[in-house]
Design a protein around this ligand. Structure first.
Ligand code: MG
Ligand code: MG
Length: 627
């Protein structure tokens, strides 16, 4: 299927939109009449601009309040259509969208509407134009694609067909399989949009909250599967009305849009036989995190090294040719990169001490890279010596890099090939066994991009967004995780720069890894070991523990133990969760230590305000008032 996007979906004037859309690799656009009217060029010039950008005008829209009008309105409606057809001829557009009538003057009746469309089809045919009819979810008489199809069927004109839009069908919970019985050649155009599950007026929901397929909660892949089963092989087009997108970067939104369409087609192709959907490797299965790489100058490296030692990490290897040291505990590998050139160094110049790269083991790196290419994820080429591994990398939505390794290509031999291992001693000093989750912080309007990036590349799902209450403002938090827990990410979207996450984003000039949570199987043993090593957790307010005792009637002895070690506690229907936090490094990065007991599924969100308050106390310069 060819891909397209409505000009209304992104920001900018028409020429800015065209270049962003073309660059993202779309085949066509839907021209929204208002975008055209607001742009100071003739229809012929606009048509030429579109074609010069390598795009096709896939659809012109909307034509409103057409069918079922009584005279004299009916006559005027046909005059209006004539003028639009003339304009379309000049633009070089051959398909117009007519959406179902919402006018109070409209009359109902399927045959009346069908007769109007037959006559319109005749007019359109004389100008080489086709007419597509779309049921708006809030149409006066027609609000269901099944009724729109019946009108198109009875109009029985080759220039009149159906347009389906996932939002209008799915928002009204119409079974998408009802599309599967419509002949594919009678469907002229297919629009897709997702939306978050919100209980609100359909029109308002549609005009402000639509988002890219995969970013919301509607079953858009089921919709496309039904469309594909009809044999339809025309345009698949994004029609997204979203206030945030219209105020965002045209380039970033266009790239997200293309990525969401590719991901959607791949999801729809996985379960059905649909030759018109592109074949590509399925989403990569993540086996485990392999390493976290920090970039640091010499002074920062010393601070980080000290912190790692206090956490029980030991130095296990040195890179053979680069200033990179590996620390290990359990399965956790942490690299400190002190190179004076290359990617890590430039990252350090901009962001200071920070995580510049993460690495995950997947089943098949080359399949994952092929999928990444299809998703328009930018590859990262690192420098490597002739005897060293060429570790493939991808640029994150922010500025960091994501490395992939696997065993089939030998990339998992990283430690033997690129590093010289040294006698390390005890690599389980404090019982930290694995990376539990990686936390990213970003501006709130980037959360959906990050979520789409990970859920389209890896086998993982997004969880519902929830708000974390920071004393300085809300932080929108979304979890992305795989079913087996090998990949767990928390995405924290700062709504303003005074929040703790917002501080991080503005101080480090970018979104990035904000914290890494290390998992232990015995939080109290770990806390005791850490105390012995001299590690100082951040101090949690005494009131938190009093509240804990009162709120969830926790055993007072357990509360005493938690209080003594500054451990936070949470539980869900599956089990219990324990959290311990270190102080901040660099621009606000921190380590979290967690224990999951009995299959606890969450991330301790209920504790976030107490953790944030404690971290603020450590950040605040002496004598400054609390924020
Ligand atoms: Mg539509
Ligand atoms: Mg966390």
């Amino acid at each position: 299927m060819k891909t397209s996007i409505a000009t209304v979906s992104i920001s900018g004037d028409l020429s800015e939109k065209l270049s962003a859309i073309a660059e993202a690799g779309f085949d066509g656009i839907e021209i929204f009449e208002n975008d055209f009217l607001a742009f100071d060029a003739s229809p012929r010039e606009v048509g030429r601009m579109v074609r010069d950008a390598g795009l096709e005008i896939a659809l012109f829209q909307p034509f409103r309040d057409f069918e079922g009008m009584p005279e004299p309105l009916r006559g005027r409606t046909f005059d209006r259509a004539q003028r639009k057809f003339d304009l379309m001829n000049e633009l070089g557009a051959d398909l117009v969208l007519v959406c179902s009538n919402v006018s109070p003057a409209a009359l109902g009746g399927i045959d009346r509407a069908a007769a109007d469309f037959r006559e319109l089809g005749e007019l359109a045919a004389q100008r080489g134009i086709r007419v597509g009819y779309e049921a708006l979810a809030w149409g006066r008489f027609v609000s269901d694609h099944r009724d729109a199809w019946e009108i198109v069927r009875r109009a029985d004109h080759p220039n009149v067909g159906l347009i389906v839009d996932s939002f209008h069908s799915l928002a009204r919970r119409i079974d998408p399989d009802t599309i599967a019985t419509i002949p594919g050649d009678r469907i002229f155009f297919v629009q897709v949009a997702d939306a978050p599950a919100l209980d609100m007026d359909l029109l308002y929901w549609s005009r402000h909250y639509r988002n890219m397929p995969g970013e919301g909660d509607l079953p858009v892949a089921d919709f496309l599967r039904a469309v594909a089963s009809t044999g339809y092989d025309g345009y698949l087009s994004l029609e997204i009305f979203n206030d945030q997108f219209r105020g965002g970067s045209a380039k970033a939104i266009s790239v997200d849009g293309k990525r969401s369409l590719v991901n959607l087609m791949s999801a729809a192709a996985e379960t059905g036989h649909a030759p018109q959907l592109p074949a590509m490797p399925e989403r990569a299965h993540v086996r485990r995190p392999v390493f976290i790489e920090f970039t640091a100058n010499e002074a920062e490296a010393e601070i980080l090294r000290d912190t790692l030692v206090l956490l029980g990490f030991v130095r296990v290897a040195e890179h053979r040719t680069k200033a990179v040291t590996a620390f290990r505990q359990g399965e956790i590998n942490i690299l400190i990169n002190r190179e004076k050139t290359g990617f890590a160094h430039s990252f350090n110049l901009v962001h200071g001490l920070s995580v510049c790269a993460t690495a995950f083991e997947v089943d098949d790196v080359s399949a994952a890279l092929e999928r990444a290419r299809a998703l328009a994820i930018e590859p990262h080429r690192g420098e490597h010596g002739p005897a060293e591994l060429d570790l493939p990398g991808l640029y994150n939505v922010g500025s960091g890099v994501l490395h992939l390794v696997d065993s089939r290509s030998g990339l998992d031999r990283l430690w033997e090939v690129d590093f010289s291992e040294r006698p390390a001693g005890d690599t389980s000093l404090a019982g930290l066994a694995r990376i539990d989750h990686i936390g990213f912080a970003m501006p709130a309007d980037e959360v959906m991009s990050w979520q789409l990036f990970y859920t389209s590349l890896f086998q993982c799902e997004k969880q519902p967004i929830f708000d974390i209450v920071d004393p300085a403002g809300l932080v929108r938090s979304q979890v992305v995780e795989s079913a087996d827990g090998a990949l767990r990410l928390t995405l924290e979207g700062a709504t303003n720069r005074r929040t703790f996450a917002g501080h991080f984003v503005s101080d480090s000039f970018a979104a990035g890894v904000h914290h890494v949570a290390l998992g232990t199987d015995d939080i109290f043993a770990t806390a005791a070991q850490l105390r012995e090593l001299g590690f100082q957790p951040i101090e949690i307010s005494r009131n938190y523990y009093d509240d804990l005792e009162a709120r969830i009637a926790l055993d007072p002895d357990l509360v005493d133990r938690l209080r003594a070690d500054n451990i936070l506690y949470d539980r869900d229907e599956h089990g219990e969760f324990f959290q311990l936090y270190g102080g901040t490094l660099g621009q606000g990065f921190f380590f979290e230590i967690v224990e999951r007991r009995g299959g606890y599924r969450g991330y301790g969100a209920a504790n976030a305000p107490f953790r944030i308050a404690a971290q603020r106390r450590t950040l605040r310069p002496k004598g400054m008032p609390a924020i």
